[in-house]
Design a protein around this ligand. Structure first.
Ligand code: GCU
Length: 343
């Protein structure tokens, strides 16, 4: 059943020659734009440091600065760590709001599960608009292949990663980047490029995220490039209504996580993000894990029922009831998967 469903999408196969470089350059050139090289060094300054949640955690505001071709750039992020002095695995979460916790971010529960939490508010990097501000002003602009805002947010997450690697409270080998919706697209593109992340979580990321573009009856390339052209490089707009001709599809973005861990979560009523295509994308990407002798998605021959997570393989997946939201239910599943695989 899954085989015929997948065949109906007519996907380009994953490249066999030099797959990582081939897929990265395709997606950079055609979708997200080319990111600049990492800065030679970053500087981190602790702006505040206080007990949180009655003292069981410690919350620090850390400002990261680095040189760019224009002016030096800096941004803050918040680091919440259990206060027991041990090294903890972490989530690097890119968020729609600066507040901790907030409706998408059950921070205390995350701490209680033994995870540290690095929080980046996305608009501290550049606005979510066509305005070329913040980090966008620091690098030369290229209309066709220059990075869009998803690329900029992803780049900032990698700078958070630079800092996390230096913190004794963090287990630097177990850092999972996570985000919801447009920020789920960002988390995937970040981990695709930055192999220091041991795992990525995409929650309801949909079009230009986890979901295949071919056969997508929710958001199409035309919709996204019309409303949000600035998330992408200029070249992406050329694929509006031409999905069938694209030399790539979103399973390649997921495949770039191999042989590391990936988790995709969908919401049943989120037709715009197209759960079936998010799931099929995981099935198609599994070839990349197979090529490494590993199991990608471990699934029966149909889409799972609500709240019946697929946690066995290197790709975790669940679908839950209700709509577009980063729910506590999703977080609990993501943490259950991480606990199970110690990733
Ligand atoms: C819009 C957009 C989606 C995006 C979502 C979000 O619905 O079309 O692509 O994922 O916003 O970020 O909430």
């Amino acid at each position: 059943m899954l085989k015929s469903l997948l065949e109906s999408r007519h996907l380009p196969p994953l490249p066999e020659e030099n797959p990582r470089q081939t897929m990265l350059s395709l997606l950079a050139r055609e979708v997200y734009g080319v990111s600049p090289a990492a800065p030679d060094a970053i500087h981190a300054h602790i702006e505040s440091d206080e007990p949180a949640f009655g003292g069981k955690a410690r919350l620090r505001r850390i400002r990261i600065s680095f040189d760019t071709p224009a002016i030096p750039f800096s941004f803050p992020y918040m680091l919440l760590t259990p206060a027991d002095g041990r090294a903890h695995p972490a989530f690097a979460a890119i968020n729609f709001e600066p507040a901790i916790p907030h409706k998408y971010l059950p921070a205390e529960e995350i701490i209680d599960h033994g995870y540290a939490l690095a929080c980046l508010y996305y608009q501290d990097i550049t606005s979510d608009s066509g305005e070329w501000d913040g980090l966008a002003m620091c690098y030369p602009r290229n209309e066709n292949t220059g990075w869009g805002k998803i690329g900029m947010w992803a780049f900032a997450l990698s700078r958070v990663m630079d800092d996390l690697q230096t913190r004794p409270e963090i287990d630097g080998k177990r850092i999972c980047v996570t985000g919801h919706s447009r920020l789920g697209k960002t988390a995937l593109w970040c981990a695709a490029q930055d192999e220091r992340f041991s795992m990525a979580v995409s929650n309801d990321s949909g079009c230009a995220g986890a979901a295949l573009a071919r056969g997508n009856t929710g958001e199409r390339v035309r919709n996204i490039v019309t409303r949000f052209p600035y998330w992408f490089c200029g070249n992406y707009a050329a694929w509006a209504d031409r999905e069938a001709e694209m030399p790539f599809d979103q399973h390649m973005l997921l495949a770039l996580l191999a042989p590391r861990r990936l988790y995709v979560s969908s919401a049943r009523e989120d037709a715009w993000a197209h759960p079936e295509n998010e799931f099929l994308s995981c099935v198609a990407a599994s070839d990349a894990w197979r090529a490494c002798g590993l199991e990608g998605l471990s699934t029966p021959d149909s889409m799972p029922q609500d709240l019946s997570p697929l946690h066995r393989g290197h790709i975790g997946y669940h679908i839950r009831p209700f709509g577009h939201f980063f729910s506590r239910t999703d977080w609990l599943m993501h943490m259950a998967y991480r606990d199970m695989h110690r990733v």
